[in-house]
Design a protein around this ligand. Sequence first.
Ligand code: SAM
Length: 275
Amino acid sequence: MAAGILYVVATPIGNLADLSPRAVETLRGVAAICAEDTRHSRPLLAHHRIERPLIALHEHNESEISDKLVARILAGESLALISDAGTPLVSDPGYRLVCAARAAGIRVSPLPGACAAIAALSVAGLASDRFTFEGFLPAKPAARRARLVQLASELRTLVFYESSHRIEEMLADARVAFGDARSAVIARELTKLFETVLDGDLASLHARVVAEADQRKGEFVVIVAGVGDDTDAKLIEGRRLYAKLCEHLPPSQAAKLAAELSGAARKALYGGEVD
Ligand code: SAM
């Protein structure tokens, strides 16, 4: 018997109508739907009159059940994979199942649709020709700050996911890492009733989120402009390295090494201001 297909189906990020007709047809036709949280997906599936068996597939059982699902597909059944919102595998489960299916030679076919990062980028008005998706930052403050500092010299636009309980701290940390003047966009509750897209510099965006409780509610994509200029990027990276190397070396040596590694001018580091 010919093997079935694993369909990876994007679901809406808020508005239930954002499910394509082809996705509906595919979900109605598969033997079963693997869903991150079956209770969460039921209203969406009911809304589109999709009545197929659901299998829970989440980060805690994915490794364990992937082989069984692959065996079912190899035996001829087609299955669909969905997550709670948006595109599976984008900060969501599915990676292990997709790897296992591909390793078994199964056809894995995408049903593209909503993705919060791309939806936010499409309305942000920041450079979108090259960007880097950073997803969620580490939850622990020290690790989060360290990651942001590492990204401070990135030339490409940066895309982050953030939740309501950390948005304020994230923006405060971003101000320190990227500077108050860096342009950014906060896309909140996209496709939902309280959709808001705020733009400005990090200082003004942070101040607004601190001042207005409503701006801290819901789900967020934070987009931060990259460093506009290669010389600026080298300087930021050079300063970061200089500060770190000064912990172990005399300042002149630290500046020499930091300049060599970053490409920044040594003079701009040694005796210059260190962030
Ligand atoms: N797989 C999803 C996708 O394709 O966008 C992302 C899942 S991730 C677990 C959930 C995060 O995505 C939220 O914490 C938020 O950062 C972002 N997100 C999801 N829906 C959103 C929306 N409607 N508006 C803004 N951000 C959203």
